[in-house]
Write a protein of this length. Structure first.
Length: 469
């Protein structure tokens, strides 16, 4: 009989280690034993076990610290905590921090074997995914044939993101993608789905801020006939539709407290109850969430549930803004220009190139709308260019004003001119930061700034920011 898997067992009591080894080796599992947690973490890197069984209370490092360190070294490893002081609070805390399960001491041989089998059953679902995800991540420049935001880049920051995507895709852990609007959060979620064993099942994106609370609730969880006025027939929700696949919750920070509570229950219980219904439907779905706000900071301000945050934030992925990816800007610009030129100039045999003056403006621009804004700018250029060269004249007005805005006042500038330049620069930077904070929503930005919406609209038009967010 072949080995059923490799398990690293950590406990400061030699007798407990030997008992676990004796029980699990009969299955048979290959058992690695460590009484020192620091030695165990070294073994984790060398031996790459699929499962770690660790005691909770140990003198050098406790089980929660081992869990955190193990997940940092290998986000795909499964960790089970063993404790003689098990409480519901202990279990919840462990699960929040990414534990697969926990065992209350004293446990039986059957309980130990059962939790190990469930762990390796979970891991076995990703066997064979490696070759597919390896092919997906062969290079750092990823291009797709659809119309979505493409993930193209050779910068160190994007290489790190893609390496993490490659590593976490086959695991079934929840992922939380952070990034400003337009950085490609949904593309990252799609890449994770396509490199996972769920690739042949649905990928369903949900915008959590575009619908009212009641509408979003019925969209996510479904409803029964007669649940509310106009519910003439039962309807399955998006969680049910995504069963076996992946659901992507975009801008999850926009959920109300009521929906956060319902989502937490789905994550905890892995089942869903339709609005107006009494029956529960079991779910097998991976959840990837995204936010352009710091959820941990929102938790501290009481605006987001801390327990939900820990459930979603098992594996965080942070996307850099385009302004931090200087070496990728022209690479992306040429990629978009080629794609749009082939579409709008199908009869032409050549693709326009970007002249040095236009390239300089693209490199110097702050890109508040990130990759999405760059995509729109290059589509505009592909439509407007008549010849074979894209010049600064084919860029939006906000780029043409860039030189004047960035230039320092000359010696002949009057005090009034210098002051006007400084005021306009401050006004634009303030406006960009304000709109970025509210994802381009002018009404909320106006309320925060203490002005009316028309004032914000005039400022957006004045500084050429329309369509940037």
């Amino acid at each position: 009989m072949g080995l059923a898997g490799k398990i690293l067992i950590i406990d400061d009591e030699p007798e407990a280690l030997e008992n676990c080894r004796r029980i699990l080796s009969r299955v048979p599992y290959a058992c690695l034993l460590a009484s020192d947690p620091n030695d165990a973490l070294d073994m984790l890197e060398r031996e790459r076990p699929g499962l770690v069984l660790t005691d909770l209370r140990m003198p050098k490092l406790d089980g929660m610290e081992v869990l955190a360190a193990a997940k940092r070294k290998d986000p795909t490893v499964l960790v089970v905590l063993m404790t003689g002081h098990a409480t519901i609070g202990t279990a919840v805390t462990a699960m929040r921090h990414g534990a697969f399960d926990y065992l209350a001491k004293p446990f039986t041989s059957d309980e130990l074997v059962q939790v190990a089998r469930r762990a390796f059953d979970s891991l076995s679902t990703i066997v064979g995914v490696g070759s597919r995800r390896g092919a997906l991540m062969e290079r750092s420049s990823l291009r797709s044939s659809d119309d979505g935001v493409q993930l193209v880049g050779n910068s160190a920051s994007m290489n790190e993101v893609l390496a993490l995507v490659n590593k976490v895709a086959p695991a079934d852990s929840n992922v939380l993608v952070y990034g400003e609007s337009g950085t490609g959060k949904e593309m990252i979620a799609r890449l994770i789905h396509e490199a996972s064993y769920r690739v042949d099942r649905p990928f369903i994106p949900v915008d959590c801020v575009s619908l009212q609370d009641s509408l979003l609730e019925t969209e996510l969880f479904g409803h029964e006939k007669g649940a509310f006025t106009g519910a003439h027939a039962a309807k399955a929700g998006l969680f049910e539709a995504a069963d076996g696949g992946t659901i992507f919750l975009d801008e999850v920070s926009g959920m109300t407290a009521n929906l956060q509570a319902r989502l937490l229950r789905v994550l905890q219980e892995r089942h869903v109850r339709r609005v107006g219904g009494t029956q529960f439907t079991s779910l097998n779905v991976r959840i990837i969430a995204a936010s352009n706000q710091d959820l941990e900071a929102l938790c501290k301000r009481g605006m987001f549930r801390e327990d939900l945050y820990y459930r979603l934030n098992v594996i965080p992925i942070r996307l850099p803004p385009l302004r931090a990816r200087g070496e990728d800007i022209l690479l992306l610009a040429n990629e978009f220009l080629t794609r749009f030129a082939q579409r709008v100039r199908a009869e032409a045999n050549t693709v326009p190139t970007i002249d040095p003056s236009a390239a300089d403006l693209l490199m110097r621009y702050a890109w508040p709308g990130n990759v999405r804004e760059l995509q729109n700018v290059m589509e505009r250029a592909a439509v407007l260019v008549d010849g074979a060269i894209v010049t600064s004249a084919h860029l939006p007005e906000r780029f043409l004003a860039l030189t004047d805005r960035d230039a320092s006042p000359s010696e002949s500038s009057s005090y009034k001119q210098a002051k006007q330049q400084a005021v306009e620069s401050f006004e634009r930077n303030f406006l960009v930061d304000l709109l970025k904070r509210y994802d381009g929503h002018m009404g909320r930005a106006a309320r925060d700034a203490g002005v009316d919406r028309k004032t914000i609209e005039r400022m957006v038009k004045k500084h050429g920011l329309r369509g940037s967010f």
